[in-house]
Design a protein around this ligand. Structure first.
Ligand SMILES: C[S@@+](CC[C@H](N)C(=O)[O-])C[C@H]1O[C@@H](n2cnc3c(N)ncnc32)[C@H](O)[C@@H]1O
Length: 375
């Protein structure tokens, strides 16, 4: 057994910084199942302080480069070390070389700032644990070789409550295709404007279009479609990432995305916190939706019950769904029951029950991950 410790990424959000070590432990425990070579001793995972700074320490068989490539993507990992000797409080730390999946500058995730944005680090965590719980992580489809490389295919992530695209951007960052839906016209428009500007600013070869979808001569939605690549050669070779975002009620995603087209479904549910007379997913945003007022007024649990069947249909067998929500407005058992009723297997053991954390006095957030049985 070797001993390792990773340094927690500094967070600008103080509340998140306080909960980050506990969340990092749970994330590590879930991701450890997706390591191609080494095994992590779950019992050994512990928070520790070295030189006055919080770390998460663990014991594992010697980590291969492929294992390190998976761990490099942990949402709050800043730097990973092997404990090469010495004892606490002054161990000898040897850096483990990290190759993150990130394909683009991190301003893809950080430029957009708005009330109600899901914390970027938390979004990455939710995507990571969902991927690690699907059939598409592991020796064939580890986080490290899932996109692009020989013998692998590009994964697709659907966020059916995508807001201004935090999940979509994280999926694109990993080299995946990204599909989204949101009922709030202003969110979809703001995201469309942002991503087209960003693709131009980064001089990435791309095609993008944001236009109405018509059926029987009536406009039924607006849709953003884009295809782009990290390099000109990839673009020429047709090795492109696809992005598609529709302004629609989430119960209707089946009208816009083919059945079994998403490997992962990842969503941060509206928090159901009252702002003025509107139940809203975000501070002060409840009255902004054009035509979305009624849709936004549904309770998060009702929304989940009504939308889960359509989300599950869009999910590929062997894929996984990860949601986060406010436990102060919906109980874990009820949210889990809605997923089971839609045909999913909820993962509810050990680390999957360790993600609950306080965001503010009105929100205590939790995560549920569930799998669609492989055929
Ligand atoms: C917590 S926010 C998600 C924020 C997003 N992750 C982000 O960072 O921008 C929940 C989102 O659900 C959307 N929403 C609420 N009810 C909806 C419905 N019935 N159909 C589609 N979207 C809905 C809201 O407009 C809001 O953008």
């Amino acid at each position: 057994m070797s001993r390792y410790a990773f340094l927690i990424l500094p967070s600008h959000n103080r509340v998140y910084a306080d909960t980050a070590p506990a969340l990092a432990r749970a994330e590590l425990a879930v991701l450890s199942a997706a390591l191609p070579d080494a095994e992590i001793d779950e019992e050994s995972v512990a928070e520790t302080v070295i030189g006055g700074v919080p770390y998460v320490a663990f014991e594992a068989g010697e980590l291969s480069q492929r294992d390190a490539d998976v761990l490099a993507n942990l949402s709050s990992l800043y730097a990973l070390f092997e404990i090469a000797g010495g004892e606490l409080p002054r161990p000898v730390l040897q850096p483990v070389p990290l190759r993150r999946l990130d394909r683009f500058d991190d301003d893809l995730l950080t430029i957009l700032k708005y009330p109600g944005k899901t914390n970027e680090q938390f979004t990455k965590l939710l995507l990571n644990v969902t991927l690690a719980s699907s059939d598409f992580a592991g020796s064939d489809y580890a986080l490290s070789d899932v996109a692009g490389g020989p013998g692998s295919r590009r994964l697709a992530v659907l966020d059916p409550l995508c807001g201004r695209g935090t999940t979509l951007n994280q999926a694109l960052m990993y080299g995946f295709d990204a599909y989204g839906a949101d009922v709030d016209a202003r969110d979809v428009e703001a995201y469309a404007v942002f991503i087209q500007r960003w693709l131009k600013d980064k001089r990435l070869k791309h095609q993008a279009d944001f236009s109405p979808v018509r059926r029987d001569r009536k406009v039924v939605a607006r849709r953003l479609t884009a295809r782009f690549a990290a390099t000109k050669d990839e673009y020429k070779a047709g090795d492109v990432q696809r992005l598609e975002v529709v302004e629609t009620d989430t119960t209707r995603v089946g009208e816009f995305f083919r059945a079994a087209s998403a490997d992962l479904v990842v969503a941060d549910l509206p928090y159901g916190v009252q702002h003025g007379s509107h139940a809203s997913g975000r501070a002060g945003a409840g009255s902004r939706a054009r035509g979305g007022g009624r849709a936004l007024a549904r309770s998060p649990l009702d929304l989940l019950r009504e939308a889960a069947p359509a989300w599950v249909k869009a999910l590929r067998p062997g894929g996984a769904l990860g949601i986060s929500w406010n436990t102060l407005v919906a109980r874990r058992e009820d949210a889990a029951a809605a997923l089971v009723a839609a045909g999913l297997e909820v993962l509810d053991s050990g680390p999957y029950r360790a993600f609950r954390h306080r965001v503010d006095q009105a929100i205590t957030r939790d995560i549920l991950v569930a799998r669609k049985p492989a055929r």
